[in-house]
Design a binder for this molecule. Structure first.
Ligand code: ADP
Ligand code: MG
Length: 714
């Protein structure tokens, strides 16, 4: 860091990497506040873009206002102060705003402690909100912004910064506002800085990308994003910057994919007798979709490069059997295969189904979960170590250090969205460059998939096995419960089985369990006295749990009352009804997963969503979505809209990068274009050595490498 001391030097030494502290108008205090939001260098500041713009051409003269419209007005503060009225008793805060055509009262009924200090006579204020008329125009709790203070002398001159036709509004926090970095503060700092932009900014995209995609130059974009000429140039600027961000994100993925593909892996021989025999003994034919993905997987496995493939398919699409074939290929080549599932119940189920299918083929299978203990565990670990166990099925327990494989050739991870990035990497390390197949039922919009799984190859099972009828879904209230249980009884009479699911929320696990247990007793004694019921939850010992599941599978229980332990993967085709109690408490993807437990046989199935009030608006929308569609893809899109990408993916562990400007969903088109370019560039110039790509190389190393390093998957 060059030492910057004198004022005259300051102006000339500004570089993108300079600390903002040395900029005009930013001292240590502001610098510290900005640091808190990740803005440390001049470059960071330039990329701190407005959250929206105020277009003055949409501002109404106060005299033109009408009752009931939502409007934006601009005016000077004529008076402001605390107002005591008789009813309601609480003091209010009023601001009178005047322009050439009239005045309007801004009113705050509560939470206005900050206000008296803020407004001064003659401040120029813009306010938006619903217009009411109470002896004059009035807005209550308007959105507002102080555009300039009376204390700033030259309101007419320099202040055009703040009052051009399009006024940028910056995201700010209470902390920032305290050090005068509200929108106005940002505008004051940025305006002079932007004068230097042409010299500071070096272009980050090659000429041909700019021309072919019709993008503006970076210098133009940075200037216009802050102080746009008009709304069109603001939009152009945003597009250019969003493209940049997406391009570098995809570039990182392209680089990673390239690295993975170069990695030497195992070249398996083509499928042999085991695979052929299983195909013949299978009680059903593979669907065309299953055969297609199996071909893709086989091809990967036979290639000498290691496989990193995602198998995506909605709940019930038949992913397990595909994985099983892949595992057999490994076994035929004298390698071990491992299948990791997120819950014990699912691992146990996989163990049972796979055991049934492979028994006659003489393939040795082992199950390892944390419930396998004592001498059993010792034996299993030994079998895994010496290679006796050819197919190993388990939970997170497989990740433990003392689990050593003799010759691990294939890792399958079921319901991969339940695992973190590190866990997948850990599993891979259990072998010498084993092939990896990750499976998920969480269908996500394509643009998101390209980001989150952007460095994996993707196979999709896009149709369900034949003869499946989508479950009929309906919502029930407390008052209609009797009727709902009658519907369940009707299905039981036909020889079907039912699930009744209770929520289990971690914070109150104990209370939830109690509720589930009590309801179970109630159901058993009062509602279904002649039926065979069982209760299943996570606290029940594994041996007992296995017995319960087995008995249910055999049809010897009519109703399985369960917590969400059955959410993922459980497969009992004769179960045709599912009641989800307190359905309003479940997330959308969880509801869809749960519903995926039924509709696995040929008969019509029913998903009954039992609800209790009060219910949030969002909960209503979730239930509405559930009744509207069975399509996992549509469900996930709605889910994404309701929750936003961050929440949707749970946490950062799933590798969704934080983008500052681009929006993966809204900018999907831009993403595809950026991805095409990024992958093409890397294909043509894998090391970014060509002259025309130097700007990419340096930008990536300087700006994006660190930022995106968290993005990892598979
Ligand atoms: P998921 O993709 O949700 O993991 P599963 O692998 O559990 O789905 O399969 C769901 C059910 O469909 C299982 O009972 C399985 O035996 C059955 N199944 C799988 N493939 C076919 C097929 N081609 N034809 C008929 N049933 C199938
Ligand atoms: Mg499954």
């Amino acid at each position: 860091m060059p030492s910057v001391t004198t004022k005259s030097e300051k102006r000339h030494r500004v570089e993108l990497t300079s600390s903002i502290q040395y900029l005009k108008g930013i001292g240590p205090v502001k610098a510290e506040a900005l640091k808190q939001i990740g803005v440390q260098t001049v470059e960071d500041l330039l990329y701190y873009v407005p959250r929206k713009y105020l277009d003055r051409s949409t501002i109404l003269p106060i005299g033109k206002l009408q009752e009931g419209i939502v409007a934006t007005v601009i005016g000077r503060v004529e008076a402001s102060g605390i107002k005591r009225v008789r009813r309601p008793r609480k003091p209010q805060f009023h601001v009178i705003l005047r322009d050439d055509t009239g005045y309007i009262r801004l009113v705050w009924f509560n939470n206005w402690k900050w206000a008296p200090k803020l407004f001064e006579e003659n401040d120029l204020v813009v306010a938006s909100g619903m217009v009411n008329v109470y002896g004059g125009y009035q807005m209550t709790h308007p959105e507002f912004e102080i555009i300039s203070k009376k204390s700033e002398e030259d309101i007419s001159g320099d202040d055009l910064i703040h009052t051009g036709r399009i006024i940028p509004l910056y995201p700010s926090t209470a902390e920032l506002k305290r050090v005068w970095l509200d929108s106005r503060g940002f505008r004051r700092v940025l305006k002079p800085l932007l004068k230097e932009v042409p010299e500071l900014i070096c272009e980050t995209l090659p000429e041909k990308v700019l021309t072919q995609e019709n993008l503006s130059s970076l210098a133009y974009a940075i200037r216009e994003i802050h102080f746009p000429e008009d709304t069109k140039s603001a939009e152009e600027a945003r597009t250019r910057l969003a493209f940049d961000e997406l391009f570098y994100l995809e570039l990182m993925l392209a680089l990673r994919k390239q690295k993975i593909h170069r990695e030497e892996g195992i070249a398996f021989n083509k499928p042999g007798d085991l695979v052929r025999t299983l195909l013949k003994t299978l009680p059903f034919q593979l669907t065309e979709a299953q055969r297609k993905v199996l071909r893709e997987i086989t091809k990967d496995m036979m290639s000498k490069n290691s496989m990193h493939r995602l198998l995506q398919g909605d709940v019930g699409s038949g992913k397990t059997i595909v994985a099983l074939f892949a595992m057999l290929i490994a076994v035929e080549n004298s390698y071990q295969a491992a299948l990791m599932a997120p819950t014990e119940i699912l691992a146990e189920q996989h163990h049972i189904t796979i055991h049934k299918l492979l028994e006659s083929l003489g393939v040795k299978i082992a199950l390892l979960t944390s419930s396998v203990t004592g001498p059993d565990r010792k034996g299993v670990l030994q079998n895994i170590r010496d290679g006796t166990a050819q197919v190993v099925i388990g939970t997170h327990a497989l990740l433990q250090e003392n689990v050593e494989f003799e010759r691990l050739g294939l890792v399958v991870i079921d319901e991969q969205h339940r695992f973190g990035v590190l866990q997948r990497a850990q599993m891979k390390k259990k072998g010498a460059s084993p092939d990896i197949l990750v499976m998920t039922a969480t269908p996500i919009p394509r643009s998101l998939a390209l980001t989150v799984y952007g460095d994996l190859d993707v196979s999709v099972i896009d149709s369900l096995p034949p003869g499946r009828k989508p479950a009929k879904t309906s919502v029930w209230t407390e008052s209609s419960k009797t009727e709902m249980y009658q519907l369940v009884e009707g299905e039981l009479k036909k020889g079907h089985q039912a699930y009744i699911v209770y929520p289990l929320v971690e914070e109150s696990e104990k209370a939830d369990l109690k509720a589930a247990t009590e309801s179970y007793e109630l159901l058993k004694e009062n509602i279904f006295p002649n039926r065979r019921l069982a209760l299943l939850h996570g606290r029940i010992k594994s041996k007992e749990r296995e017995t319960i599941m087995q008995t249910f599978r055999k049809g010897e229980y009519d109703i399985l009352v369960a917590t969400t332990v059955i959410e993922v993967g459980v497969d009992v085709p004769n179960a045709a009804v599912m009641v989800i109690e307190h359905a309003e408490r479940f997330g959308l993807s969880q509801l869809h997963q749960l519903r995926g437990r039924i509709g696995r046989g040929a008969d019509q199935s029913y998903c009954l969503l039992a609800t209790n009030y009060p219910m949030s608006e969002e909960a209503k929308m979730r239930l509405q979505a559930m009744t509207a569609t069975n399509d996992g893809f549509k469900i996930s899109e709605i889910d994404l809209k309701l929750r936003g990408p961050g929440e949707f993916f749970g946490t950062r562990q799933h590798g969704l990068p934080e983008l500052q400007i681009a929006d993966i969903i809204a900018d999907a088109r831009l993403l595809y274009q950026a991805r095409d370019w990024a992958f093409r560039v890397i294909q043509e110039d894998p090391k970014l050595n060509q002259t025309e790509n130097q700007c990419i190389r340096s930008t990536f190393l300087r700006k994006y490498k660190k930022k995106f390093s968290l993005v990892d998957i598979g």
